[in-house]
Design a protein around this ligand. Structure first.
Ligand code: C5P
Length: 250
């Protein structure tokens, strides 16, 4: 089950250190990585990263940096020094912003011998549609932009992207088997859809080629969160076996 555990990222969408600690303790051994987003980080700061890492788990710092190349590079170095195992930027920040980040992080890792975090790009937010793009002057479809930006991120040396399950196959085809794809919007059959619109089950997301799944409310809002996490892990494990079998066959 360790293989499945490594693929499950729990969204720590809470508002205090105490609540974060509570989830980290409850999910110990079930989840390897906890996602810390803008709200929790703005409220609690680096302390929440130390808390998660102190428990032996890892952190996906979901702050979606988007700024001039130097600023993003320096912010990325701070994230790296905090010891997070993955963090992200907006690919719309451009090639130079991403390539400069990659260079800075690689140099720092080489000189300190530190573990390199996965550098991820957000392509087009799933809350955007073609009309959102048109109003900011982009006359291409969301699908076109997602593939174009994923490819740009790859050219800049980024390790992967955050993408909706619907985009996984397109990105996998365009960017190859080693490019990491992290997927939120995952809903097991037993959970409600909440405000997620285009969802897939954990098994479908893995079969489509996702590397990591971000899951929040299907676990946090479940009557028995531990049981829910276990069911999701089982589903991921079975899908991984199926995916390997179909690769062997092809
Ligand atoms: O509770 P739920 O499983 O919907 O949480 C998913 C997490 O992934 C949340 O932290 C949400 O902000 C994040 N996310 C998302 N869709 C995206 C990007 C991030 O749901 N496109």
């Amino acid at each position: 089950m360790n293989e499945a555990r490594d693929k499950l990222i729990f969204a720590l969408d809470v508002q205090s250190l105490e609540a974060a600690q509570n989830w980290v303790e409850r999910l110990q051994g079930k989840v390897k990585t906890f996602k810390v987003g803008k709200q929790l980080f703005t409220r609690c700061g680096p302390e929440v990263v130390h808390l998660v890492r102190g428990s032996g788990a890892e952190v996906f710092l979901d702050l979606k940096y988007h700024d001039i190349p130097n600023t993003v590079g320096m912010a990325g170095l701070e994230a790296m020094q905090l010891g997070v195992s993955m963090f992200n930027v907006h690919a719309l920040g451009g090639y130079e912003m991403m390539a400069n980040l990659v260079d800075k992080v690689n140099e720092a890792c080489a000189s300190t011998g530190g573990q390199k975090p996965l550098l991820l790009a957000v392509t087009i937010l799933t809350s955007s549609n073609d009309e959102t793009l048109r109003r900011v002057g982009i006359d291409r479809s969301v699908k076109d932009m997602v593939v174009r930006l994923a490819d740009l991120a790859k050219q800049a040396g980024m390790d992967g992207v955050v993408a909706s399950p619907q985009e996984v196959r397109l990105i996998r085809d365009a960017c190859g088997p080693d490019f990491k794809i992290v997927t939120p919007g995952v809903r097991p059959a037993f959970a409600s859809q909440d405000d997620q619109r285009r969802v897939t089950t954990p098994a479908e997301a893995i079969e489509l080629g996702a590397d990591y799944l971000v899951v929040g409310r299907p676990i946090s809002a479940a009557v028995d969160p531990i049981e829910a996490a276990e069911q999701i892990l089982q589903e991921i494990q079975l899908a991984l076996i199926k995916r390997r079998e179909s690769l062997w066959r092809s």
